[in-house]
Design a protein around this ligand. Structure first.
Ligand SMILES: Nc1ncnc2c1ncn2[C@@H]1O[C@H](COP(=O)(O)OP(=O)(O)O)[C@@H](O)[C@H]1O
Ligand SMILES: [Mg+2]
Length: 358
């Protein structure tokens, strides 16, 4: 094991945000945020564009001030410290490599400006290069590297200072789908090896689901859920999360009248005291079963064949549309109707007023 990696693991610190508030003028971006991130954890901040992800990360890094509340990294309160005193290293979207410097000089630059002598610096750079598998590329310029290698230089440059926290702001969002996939796998493997506390901002649910130990889902600066990818998918805490995670999105059924067939098919009798118009029932497209008898008949409006599976737009008697995703080819290319069933254990229920899971 490398000494550098041992140091990073030993220095990894938890991060605690307590009562954080942030506005720009009259625009309240973060109304009130309380979260605790564990040392060594990989946390993804996920949410739609403009929900306050970068603002949250920048407050941790010290690039933005907080209006109120405190930020602890390990035992230290850092909200009044300069960015360079906080022990965070950032990896940006464009990697911001110095184009005229070699890989070795890019990685070692921060050590140079801190006045570390050349011998020590070169040893450190060599160690980092090994961690990010760039030993054979040290003399190249960034323009002579692949996208994946550039990402590794950016990470190498971030870890060379043995930060206690690594921060990533949408580092993959400029890349095409195939490269994103490769980079996700690389990042995940690097995290396993490096073990630094990592906070990663994205609006891409696939990145969040595949990289995170836990996902922080933000909606207009409000924390909707902070949980493992599995729990976020299996037990979304709110309607917002249910709708945001999963593709195609979860079907959400409103206004279910008591004792109608739809009421029964949604198994609402199981929730005592339930009155249909106070409840939203949810079911994921991949959990709807296509049955030959029983179930409900639905009209088929449209079928998208994606090769590995089909996404069917179906219409209930009440007019509501449902997405049904099925791995099996249908016998008929485009049947007019289908029979579908909702397995009881796959249904989700939310309170319509609060949006909270029941
Ligand atoms: N420096 C700034 N000045 C004024 N408004 C800002 C500034 N930075 C961000 N905002 C606003 O704060 C909100 C959240 O921005 P941001 O955190 O960048 O969102 P995200 O990263 O989730 O897309 C947006 O409405 C944005 O317009
Ligand atoms: Mg952003």
């Amino acid at each position: 094991m490398s000494k550098l990696l041992d140091n990073i693991r030993d220095h990894a610190q938890g991060i605690e945000l307590k009562g954080i508030k942030k506005s720009y003028g009259s625009n309240v971006v973060i109304p009130e945020l309380d979260v605790a991130i564990e040392a060594g954890e990989f946390v993804v901040i996920l949410g739609p564009s403009g929900c306050g992800k970068s603002t949250t990360m920048n407050m941790i890094a010290g690039l933005e001030e907080v209006d109120r509340g405190s930020i602890c990294i390990g035992q230290r309160e850092v909200q009044d410290l300069e960015p360079k005193e906080r022990g965070c290293a950032m990896v940006f979207q464009n990697y911001a490599l110095y184009p005229h410097m070699t890989v070795a000089d890019n990685i070692g630059y921060s050590l140079k400006i801190r006045g570390m002598n050349k011998t020590e610096r070169m040893a450190k750079v060599a160690e980092v290069a090994k961690v990010v598998s760039l030993q054979d590329y040290l003399e190249r310029l960034p323009s002579e590297l692949s996208g994946g290698q550039r990402q590794r230089v950016a990470i190498g440059r971030a870890i060379v200072r043995e930060p206690s926290v690594l921060l990533f702001d949408e580092p993959l969002s400029n890349l095409d789908a195939k490269l994103r996939h490769e980079m996700r796998i690389e990042l995940s493997q690097l995290h396993e090896r490096i073990g630094a506390t990592s906070v990663f901002v994205t609006h891409d649910q696939v990145e969040a689901m595949t990289l995170a130990d836990r996902i922080m889902i933000l909606n207009k600066g409000h924390l909707e859920q902070f949980d493992t990818p599995k729990n976020v998918y299996d037990k979304p805490a709110t309607v917002f999360v249910a709708n945001f995670i999963g593709s195609p999105a979860m079907n959400l059924i409103n206004n279910i009248e008591r004792d109608t067939p739809l009421w029964q098919h949604c198994h609402l009798g199981l929730l005592d005291s339930a009155s249909g118009n106070e409840i939203i029932a949810g079911i994921r497209p991949e959990h709807i079963e296509i049955v030959t008898e029983g179930g409900m008949s639905v009209a088929v409006k449209y079928i998208e064949d994606l090769g590995a599976y089909k996404v069917i737009t179906a219409v209930l008697d009440c007019g509501q549309e449902l997405m049904v995703s099925t791995p099996l080819g249908l016998d008929e290319a485009h049947p007019e109707t289908l029979r579908i069933a909702f397995p009881a254990e796959k249904l989700h229920y939310f309170d319509r007023q609060s949006g909270l899971r029941l």
